[in-house]
Design a protein around this ligand. Sequence first.
Ligand SMILES: Cc1ncc(COP(=O)(O)O)c(C=O)c1O
Length: 451
Amino acid sequence: MSATAVATACLPVLGRDVRVPLVTGGEVEYAALDYAASAPALQRVWDDIAAYAPYYGSVHRGAGYLSQLSTDLFENSRATVAEFLGCRADDQVVFTRATTDSLNLLASVLPAGTDVYVFETEHHAALLPWQQREDVEVHYLSAPRSPRAAVEVLEAALAARTGDGPALLCVTGASNVTGELWPVRELAAAAHRHGARIVLDAAQLAPHHPVSVAELDVDWVAFSGHKLYAPFGAGVLAGRADWLQAAEPYLAGGGASRKVARRADGGVDVEWHTTAARHEAGSPNVIGAYAIASACKALTEAGFDRLVERERELIARVRDGLAAVPEVKVLSLFGDDADRVGVLSFVVDGWNSSHFAAALSAEYGIGVRDGLFCAHPLLRELLGADDSEQGECGAPEAEPGERSLNAIRISFGAGTPDEHVDRFVSAVRTLVRDGAAWSYRTEDGRCVPAS
Ligand SMILES: Cc1ncc(COP(=O)(O)O)c(C=O)c1O
């Protein structure tokens, strides 16, 4: 694809024309390169929400026209998401707040005695919910150094299993640190061979790649609207209905209950819904759900495969640019040949990562993230840290030149113009060669320009 064709394929997002001041004087267009944390809203999503807003009404509750319309919109959004995710006919799509909420919901419905398997490399949202359940055993799998090793580690763990109760693997589709793709299809096949189920954490995969629940043969998938260009407070858990229906509701309240009656003994009997509503107690976030559906449609209509292709070119551009700077070390679990999405973390010799990120922002108008990215065990593995080395998000105690356990992450996607990526590569080169043009200090756990 020619450079011109690539440039035209960038989808319109909000915030593209926002200008930010530079500490060195003047201002520039903000380069949002932190999509992995939260991506900007697609213009299409914003327009759809604005068009619906005057018709906003209660969902599943009102007899009025706008309530009916809003209820239809909410339920149609569910159907759109199911289609986007390639769900099976009997899968349920539950609207949640985000991926963290989705995975905690799934943890809450696990049958007692479930063995949960999770790689230590996961984002904390996928690593931690399971240990909240005292009647579930969590098995942490060590960091694999290739996709093939991931399957082998899982196979060995499942083969060594002694119990015959339910088992679940939770795995990410794409790492929020390295951007590397995990062998989801192979892991699903291995899990199923051993009678285990699998939930795919697609928080970083779904915004970058088509995901098909049926084709990957995963039992559930979770993702967040705010990483999929739909930042209106909703997320999704989609997949098998049986465990969801058999368990108590995640939240008790209206919307989840079909019938409630006082008992003669003074208590209250409840009949819960067996649909997705069972786990959606309270008034649903119709704007959030509709925004996700709108983003799903926008990505599909834009030609998701074309977006993937374009993102590959941007990834190559960033990787080639950084490879030309010997002081930069890109973090990788699976090596150079791994397939990846537009998420990449690195450290720079002689620089504290917070200092480097602060300079990118203050001197070049580039927004990246620094820290441990809510994946502390993975960062320790990638940075070769020993257990005594303290790591925290930000660099609260470190001076600008001092080492601390953290890295810099750049991430981008369908709304990223070439110029943002090119400005980033050029800024890295200049910072490494010439140093920062300003001085910085640490304040409230953040590295900021000294005034
Ligand atoms: C791989 C992965 N899983 C889960 C999450 C949690 O997502 P959220 O904060 O939207 O709940 C994130 C967020 O960064 C993530 O990158």
